[in-house]
Design a binder for this molecule. Structure first.
Ligand code: BDR
Ligand code: CA
Length: 309
């Protein structure tokens, strides 16, 4: 199985990403790090542990990361899209054990350094912890097999007209990771343009709700996602996990990404240059299209397996 870690801010769709990883025998989850984003760091850390416990993986180590953005706190208020507690109002017990004592960036570095096989890192929250990892431990970061990021947008944003939430929350960190990493890490970006249309319809939520205890709780959490886009409930972060598991369901193009970390109205914007022959900076693989029903089917197939064990 492929060694993976995930940095996340659960978060309803982060929950779906964690469950998808736990349900995938091709992936060997070595650790989870939390970052402040959808809700504060205490809750994202707690929720990460609770979701692992729900999946029967309370043994996976969790380390807490950044409570806030690197340089400048986001302008404006969080909109509470993820409901009370960050998981759409569902309440999950925390598994026994304790949070790893190391800060997320140190835990990431130590785990990647200790791994005998290269680790793929999913980053599905603000990129603060990943930026710190790159800055503090570039030689270790260079050993990553790949970084798969959910974030950014080729077109419109979801927090401002220009900015997607994860990049909006910490543009300096996103700039560091996507535009000027200072370390060579093969990187895939799964932007909002694709994830916002690769969501669950009511019939999918019903399948989940009827699959068993874990599926029912997940469906309830998803039902509390107040970013419903018409008839579609998004599962942004889980689409990033699928991009690794089922690349054949995605169309990917090389691009250069410029993150706007300026202080104007397009702060947090990602300029995606799909003509990477021009310009400089690292080339990132950007998912520009997905087989929506294929991805949703694969996600449901995996997450419903958790109830069949
Ligand atoms: C991203 O922002 C968060 O609210 C979601 O968890 C996802 O990571 C979507 O823009
Ligand atoms: Ca997230």
């Amino acid at each position: 199985a492929r060694a993976v870690m995930i940095d996340c801010d659960p978060g309803i769709d982060d929950m779906m990403a964690l469950l998808t990883i736990c349900a995938s025998p091709e992936l060997d989850l070595r650790g989870v790090t939390s970052v402040g984003g959808n809700v504060g760091i205490e809750l994202t850390t707690r929720n990460a542990r609770a979701v692992l416990g729900l999946a029967g993986r309370g043994d996976v180590p969790v380390a807490a990361g950044a409570a806030r953005s690197l340089v400048r706190r986001p302008a404006g208020e969080k909109d509470g899209a993820h409901g009370d507690g960050g998981l759409g109002g569902i309440v999950l017990p925390e598994p026994p054990g304790a949070v790893d004592a190391r800060p997320a960036a140190e835990f990431l570095a130590a785990t990647v350094a200790a791994a005998s096989d290269p680790v793929t890192l999913f980053a599905v929250g603000p990129l603060t912890n990943v930026a710190l990892f790159y800055a503090l431990h570039p030689q270790v970061a260079a050993r990553l097999e790949r970084l798969v990021v959910m974030g950014g947008s080729i077109g419109a944003g979801n927090m401002t007209p220009a900015a997607e939430f994860n990049v909006w929350f910490d543009p300096e960190a996103a700039h560091r990771v996507l535009t000027d990493p200072g370390v060579s890490v093969p990187t895939t970006l799964v932007p909002l343009d694709v994830t916002r249309r690769t969501g669950l319809v009511d019939a999918d939520l019903a399948v989940l709700a009827e699959s068993g205890r874990i599926g029912a709780l997940t469906a309830r959490a998803l039902g509390g996602y107040r970013h419903g886009l018409g008839a579609v409930t998004p599962v942004h972060d889980a689409v990033a996990v699928l991009a690794l598991l089922h690349p054949e369901l995605m169309t990917t193009r090389p691009a250069r990404i410029h993150v706007d970390a300026g202080y104007g109205p397009s702060r947090g914007n990602t300029v995606v240059d799909l003509d990477p022959d021009a310009g400089d900076g690292p080339v990132v693989e950007v998912v520009v299209d997905a087989d929506v029903r294929g991805v949703v089917g694969a996600l449901l197939d995996r997450v419903t397996r958790l109830d069949q064990r």
